[in-house]
Design a protein around this ligand. Structure first.
Ligand SMILES: NC(=O)C1=CN([C@@H]2O[C@H](COP(=O)(O)OP(=O)(O)OC[C@H]3O[C@@H](n4cnc5c(N)ncnc54)[C@H](OP(=O)(O)O)[C@@H]3O)[C@@H](O)[C@H]2O)[C@@H](O)CC1
Ligand SMILES: Nc1ncnc2c1ncn2[C@@H]1O[C@H](COP(=O)(O)OP(=O)(O)OP(=O)(O)O)[C@@H](O)[C@H]1O
Ligand SMILES: [Mg+2]
Length: 373
């Protein structure tokens, strides 16, 4: 037992973990492992050192590009949100406007015809394409005409695909079967063009039922909330969510889906691509108003694009770009910034804090970490 105690304290010194609640849970799990009959110090050391609280602020500083007058419109990011239907117009708006507020140059929304005028009315900054169709609008069509409509939808998105740095698929998409079939074809197009995509909201409903759509695509990021994560774990790992062993389960899930990046939202955000697991536990806000996940998905798209630019740009030759993969960096940066902005918005608005208030604080929060000049 003495040996076990010294192993624990040495691991404690070796690991640079900060005392977030997920880390505490993990330590409790490890102590249980230690006291159990199958004590394996090597396994324990590996487990202890594999999850760490990410330094989100330092990553934000590294990947946020400077505002160079030589750069032209588009270079700071062209994002497209695929979402917005009769029921939900707020979610795609939140994701698309957050991308602009962080610093992307252009933000598009591909939504249904009904949702488009509403989304346009929220902001003249967004480029809104009323191209998606739901079953009710084609219910009288023959199978052949339905095919034609589908081809037209895909064609409209395809015209733009190569120009986008990242897609956000799912905020306010709804679950209409015809619409989701079109969206699965849009995912195939994105993969063909090597365009990264973030899957959120109803996009995760689609992917959970057809995991092959994202399997082994390294440029896919999934951002499930509690419910969406539960459904994904049940479908892919065929078991229930294990809170006591959250990091290892997340790693297995990401690995099982072929190394996609998963950002599991919660009290602490946990991020894994099947290899490393990082956490972001910066204190955000106690308000749980709807739409904060939409800010997150739009933000991941921008930061992922910036991290990827850094990796492929001249900085990478100077060995000054971070070694971590751009999807992981994008998730850490987005989670850190959202939490900072939520804290700032809450300080100002308290109980009446809304998602729009948090969006208003994105710029100030990023400025605090990475000043424009
Ligand atoms: N303004 C807009 O247009 C917005 C539109 N949105 C869009 O809506 C679509 C559906 O997305 P979603 O998130 O509402 O669906 P889902 O995850 O099934 O949750 C549904 C229910 O699950 C529960 N629940 C949730 N969290 C929980 C927790 N931690 N722990 C326990 N239970 C929890 C809770 O149920 P309740 O407590 O009411 O029983 C909750 O109501 C999607 O397209 C999304 O993008 C949103 O982005 C918001 C802003
Ligand atoms: N219990 C919590 N404590 C602190 N922060 C949280 C908590 N739950 C979620 N968050 C933060 O809020 C953000 C949005 O997560 P949430 O679980 O609300 O997503 P969502 O349900 O998809 O939101 P949306 O309403 O946009 O669909 C995450 O980045 C996470 O950091
Ligand atoms: Mg959501």
């Amino acid at each position: 037992m003495l040996v076990k105690h010294s192993v624990i304290s040495n691991i404690g010194r070796l690991s640079s973990l900060s005392p977030s609640s997920s880390v505490l849970r993990r330590q409790q799990f490890l102590v249980r492992t230690l006291c159990g009959s199958r004590f394996n110090p090597l396994k324990l050391i590996r487990a202890m050192s594999s999850t760490s609280e990410a330094d989100a602020e330092s990553i934000l500083r590294t990947i946020t590009p400077s505002l160079d007058p030589k750069r032209h419109k588009g270079q700071a990011g062209k994002i497209a949100v695929i979402g917005g239907c009769r029921e939900y117009t707020g979610a795609p708006y939140f994701a698309a406007i957050s991308a602009l507020k962080i610093g992307a140059d252009l933000s598009h929304v591909f939504c249904t015809k009904d949702a488009a005028p509403v989304i346009k009315s929220y902001s003249p900054e967004l480029i809104v394409h009323p191209v998606l169709e739901e079953s009710y609008s084609i219910s009288e069509f023959s199978e052949e005409d339905k095919r034609k409509v589908q081809d037209k939808v895909i064609g409209e998105v395809d015209k733009w695909m190569e120009r986008f740095d990242c897609l956000v698929i799912g905020p306010g998409l709804g679950r209409d079967p015809f619409l989701l079939e079109c969206v699965s074809k849009i995912m195939l197009l994105a993969k063909k063009s090597n365009v990264p995509f973030v899957v959120d909201g109803d996009g995760l409903f689609l992917v959970t039922n057809s995991v092959d759509l994202v399997k082994s695509y390294p440029l896919a990021v999934l951002t499930p909330n509690v419910n969406e994560y539960k459904r994904l774990v049940q479908k892919v790992l065929n078991c229930e969510v294990d809170e006591q062993n959250a990091e290892d389960q997340l790693r297995s899930l990401a690995k099982q889906i072929g190394g996609v990046t998963i950002l599991r939202k919660g009290k602490s955000d946990l991020i894994s691509n099947g290899e490393t697991v990082k956490s972001v536990s910066i204190y955000g806000s106690p308000r749980r108003c709807g739409g904060q996940g939409d800010i997150l998905s739009g933000s991941v798209a921008v930061f992922l694009s910036w991290a990827q630019q850094l990796k492929s740009g001249p900085e990478s030759q100077k060995n000054s770009s971070p070694s971590e993969n751009p999807a992981i960096l994008g998730c850490i940066a987005a989670s850190g910034l959202l939490r900072k902005a939520a804290a700032l918005a809450f300080a100002k608005h308290k109980r009446s804090t809304l998602t729009s208030d948090i969006i208003e604080c994105l710029g100030e929060s990023l400025e605090d970490i990475s000043p424009a000049s």
